[in-house]
Design a protein around this ligand. Structure first.
Ligand code: ADP
Length: 631
């Protein structure tokens, strides 16, 4: 809970900081960006204003010398001296008309010193200046004083704005009249408008009386940008400069912007316009970036006004770009921070994991050492057990031999007794000199010794320790060997041994001595089980069940008690009170299992026990097997 509250507070702080940062970034960017934009606009406007001033000055100075040069023309003096000379007046009228075309002036005319126009370039026009009195015009009055004069005014007849040049016509130091040239302001406006068509600014020229005399915006013309008081209005009308045009005010006020650089000579203005529409009056406000320059010759102020829409667009762009930029940077910062945090966490968990792995490895190494020790101990124990097992197997063999000792005794004692009597007889025959008989007895003795050594050698090979190495073993040969070992006991016990094995010589893989031991053990047990029987039968059968071989040893004894049948293969299980070790079947079972086989027991339905050995066959043996019936 505490953690969640802390997290919420952290998120709140981060969000607040982000918003404050965003606002500061926008403000900062605007401050710099807008400052630059205004500076740039100022530079651009200054350049354009200089061009405009240059252009107008150039036009005006172009006409400066013309009146003076014209005043020197003798025809002018002649007409002024004799104004009634029609031919001369006509000549001058034509000359002035030609000069007007050449100079692109609006009108050129000659005024006598009373102010009456004697000749004019527009002499043929319906509203010709000829005969008109311009004595009231300041330019005429100034020129009469003997110098070039400039003047701007609205034409009395044409009602068009014009700029006037006037120069005195002097002959022999007597001022006879004035030559005047009027140029059309409209022409200047139109020409300049064409050149600045692509530049998005407006221009206006104001006279010292603050009246806009020239402008590319017709609705601004003849309006004052200054204060218009009744007195001023009266003064303007009295001067007849603007004839009977009402001079109204162009409603402009100073405007401000916190981003506007203070040191700039330009300023922001707002022009308020009231428009008459069908729905009534509508007021619109236009903000302009204003710059002005004084045109010294004419004492005019040339103004350049540029709409601030462009700057406002830039401002919106700046706000958008700075906000996007800021958010992008913040996103990157937060994202990188998050990644770094994740990387740190990952590193920490990796370190943790590494530590755990190291701990586990140390544990494992310790366990491994312990395990190795245990394995070594087990191996030692196993070796000991193996040795003990070998000993046991050997003891069991000897026990089997022991159990057969009665039969063997009989088998050995009989030839020994015969040997004794043959030897005594041989000695007696020797004394009597019956060499033939001696020889005969010695031959019999040799035969008996051979038989004895035969018996002993059979037991010798059985009692010796096995190699434990698996080699191909011929099943029939092993059965024959086992039978020859037990046959003396069988004979003593009057047991009939019958071998019904097939003629096919089959081979198994294993230790031959041990396999033989199993067979001897099973046969010996069967002989023992038949001790109480009258008719004693043991049958050995070999069944070829490719890929396996089944060896059955059946007796017709009492069989195995149902309670004991599951226990006969247990170690130390025996029903033989006096001499049984109870190891024979358990060892035999293990030997057969080690040869990938099984040793089972069952009771035959006709009575007696049946022991079955089941082993894998590895091939058909080369040697042949023969059916053998022993007794
Ligand atoms: P031991 O012969 O020393 O008793 P074994 O392991 O060879 O040990 O035999 C265990 C027991 O199995 C014998 O004591 C006997 O009771 C029983 N047994 C073995 N073979 C036969 C058989 N052919 N008929 C009846 N019982 C048998």
């Amino acid at each position: 809970m505490f953690y969640i509250n802390k997290l919420k507070r952290q998120n709140y702080i981060v969000s607040t900081l982000l918003v404050v940062g965003l606002l500061l970034t926008i403000e900062f960017t605007q401050r710099i960006g807008m400052n630059n934009a205004y500076q740039h606009m100022h530079q651009q406007s200054s350049q354009q204003l200089s061009n405009l001033v240059g252009y107008i000055e150039n036009i005006l100075t172009r006409f400066d010398k013309i009146p003076e040069v014209l005043s020197k023309d003798p025809l002018l003096i002649q007409v002024l001296r004799s104004p009634s000379d029609e031919s001369k007046v006509n000549r001058l009228n034509k000359l002035l008309a030609d000069l007007r075309i050449m100079t692109q002036a609006s009108d050129i005319y000659l005024i006598d010193k009373e102010g009456i126009t004697l000749a004019a370039s527009n002499w043929q026009m319906p509203l010709s200046f000829v005969g008109m009195n311009f004595a009231f015009r300041p330019y005429f009055q100034e020129a009469l004083q003997g110098k070039l004069s400039h003047y701007y005014a609205i034409g009395l007849i044409s009602d068009k704005r014009g700029f006037y040049y006037a120069y005195p016509v002097i002959d022999n130091n007597i001022t006879l009249g004035v030559i005047a040239i009027k140029i059309s302001i409209t022409d200047i406006e139109e020409q300049y408008k064409e050149t600045v068509l692509n530049d998005s600014f407006n221009f206006l020229i104001t006279a010292p009386d603050d009246v806009i005399f020239i402008s590319d915006r017709p609705e601004w013309r003849l309006k004052t940008i200054g204060d218009i008081s009744t007195m001023k209005q009266g003064k303007l009308i009295a001067g007849e400069r603007y004839v009977d045009n009402q001079i109204s005010s162009l409603n402009i006020v100073r405007s401000t912007s916190s981003y506007f650089p203070k040191k700039l000579s330009s300023q922001l203005l707002e022009i308020k316009t009231i428009e008459e529409t069908d729905q009534g009056t509508a007021q619109s406000t236009e903000q302009v970036f204003a710059l002005k320059k004084l045109m010294k010759n004419a004492n005019w102020h040339v103004h350049l006004w540029r709409s601030t829409d462009e700057i406002k667009h830039q401002q919106i762009m700046l706000i958008t770009v700075s906000a996007i930029g800021y958010l992008l940077i913040m996103f990157l910062v937060l994202f990188t921070n998050e990644r770094l945090k994740n990387a740190r966490r990952l590193k920490e968990s990796q370190q943790l994991l590494e530590n755990k792995v190291q701990e586990r490895t140390a544990d494992l190494s310790a366990t491994n050492v312990k395990l190795h020790e245990e394995i070594a101990q087990r191996q030692q124990a196993q070796t000991q057990m193996h040795e003990m097992q070998e000993e046991l197997i050997q003891s069991e063999k000897l026990a089997v031999i022991g159990s057969m000792s009665a039969g063997i005794n009989h088998e050995i004692n009989q030839p020994l007794a015969a040997l004794r009597s043959y030897s005594q007889n041989a000695l007696a025959y020797q004394d009597r000199g019956m060499t033939d008989k001696v020889k005969n007895n010695l031959t019999l003795i040799i035969g008996l010794v051979d038989r004895l050594s035969d018996i002993v050698s059979q037991f010798n090979s059985f009692s010796k320790k096995s190699t434990g190495i698996a080699t191909p073993v011929n099943v029939n040969n092993s059965i024959m060997a086992a039978m020859s070992i037990v046959k003396h006991q069988a004979k003593a016990e009057k047991v009939t041994l019958t071998n019904t094995s097939s003629l096919v010589p089959l081979s198994i893989l294993g230790d031959g001595v041990r396999f033989e031991q199993v067979l001897v053990n099973l046969l010996s047990n069967a002989i023992h089980a038949l001790s109480e029987q009258t008719d004693k039968q043991i049958t050995i059968a070999v069944i070829n069940a490719n890929p396996r071989v089944i060896i059955e040893i059946r007796d017709n004894g009492p069989g195995i008690l149902a309670d004991n049948i599951d226990r006969v293969f247990e170690a130390f299980f025996t029903t033989k009170d006096n001499f049984g070790l109870g190891l024979g079947l358990s060892i035999s079972h293990r030997i057969i299992e080690s040869m990938q086989g099984q040793l089972n027991v069952s009771n035959h339905p006709d009575g007696g026990a049946v022991f079955t050995i089941n082993l894998p066959v590895i091939g058909i043996s080369k040697g042949s097997s023969k059916e053998n019936h022993g007794n």
